[in-house]
Every structure is written in C-alpha cells, then in structure tokens.
Design a protein around this ligand. Structure first.
Ligand code: AMP
Ligand code: ZN
Length: 136
C-alpha cells in the first residue's frame, strides 16, 4: 500500500526522481540529500509503513539484507573506514519522515560526525529495576 501524501512513497516508486544507487522488488536505495557523510544512503520500502512497529517482520528482514548489500557496495566503492546503520522511530527519536527507512552512513577517519550517544551511569538497582519492568 502507498500513501498519496508521503514523499518517500513517491520517491520509492519512481514518481519523484532520486539518486538511486540500488533497487530490487521491495526497496529503492537513494542518496540522502542532507548527508551526514559522503555516500549516506536511505533504504526505502516501496510500500508505506510508518515505522518499525508497522513494517511486517519479513519485510524488515529483507530491509536488513538490502542494507547489507548496499553497505558492502559503499565500503568498497567509497573506501569507507566504518559504517553506521541508523533507523529512527518517532519524533522523539529523531524521525522526520514517517515512512520507514534505514540510514546507511559510511564513516571516514576524521569525518567529524558523531552518531554515538552519551552513556549513562545507572546503579545496579536502577538496571535491575529496568530489567524487572521489561521482563515482568
Ligand atoms: P529521519 O530523520 O530518520 O526521518 O531521516 C530523514 C532523512 O531523509 C534525512 O536524513 C533527510 O536528509 C532525508 N531526506 C528528506 N527528504 C529527502 C529527499 N527528498 N531526498 C533525499 N533525502 C531526503
Ligand atoms: Zn510512504
């Protein structure tokens, strides 16, 4: 299913031109137009799912396979030193386009980007409390 008001539906299905670097039956992979680094790409399903909670599990698995193929391609062609896979869900988590997508971000020594987080310092009791809430 497509969403007529969704720009990534239009891009994924070729109604809006994009810099496509890879395509298969289920996905189009495009260059991000606001890249974190050279070669930053987005894996877009051709069907509309708002986020990780909506995409079917088998399609999510195919998204990861597609990301793996493209990651290898970018590493080889652009000589990346490393690579981040990022996938945001919800505005609080930084999602700005509400059509599921995976970011493939090649990393280069000294690229000045920081996609990591600030680690917390919880006590054992606090970690155990979270564990209890998740498993309880
Ligand atoms: P997110 O914050 O995870 O929702 O990521 C949305 C990403 O889509 C951002 O990195 C944008 O730079 C990128 N983006 C938005 N519109 C376009 C577009 N028309 N073509 C390519 N990339 C886009
Ligand atoms: Zn969409």
């Amino acid at each position: 299913m497509k969403d007529n008001n969704c720009i990534f539906c239009k891009i994924a299905n070729g109604e809006i031109p994009s810099r496509t670097i890879y395509e298969n039956d289920l996905f189009r992979v495009i260059l991000d137009n606001g890249p974190a680094t050279e070669g930053h790409a987005l894996v877009l399903p051709k069907d509309h799912y708002a986020n990780l909670f909506e995409i079917p599990a088998d399609t999510a698995a195919e998204a990861m396979k597609t990301a793996q193929t493209v990651a290898a391609m970018l590493k080889e062609k652009l000589h990346a030193d490393g690579l981040n896979l990022v996938q945001n869900n919800g505005e609080t988590a930084g999602q700005t386009v509400h059509h599921f997508h995976m970011h493939i971000i090649p990393r280069y020594k000294g690229d000045g980007q920081n996609i990591l987080w600030k680690p917390g310092h919880p006590s054992d009791q606090e970690l155990d409390a979270v564990l209890g809430r998740i498993k309880g």
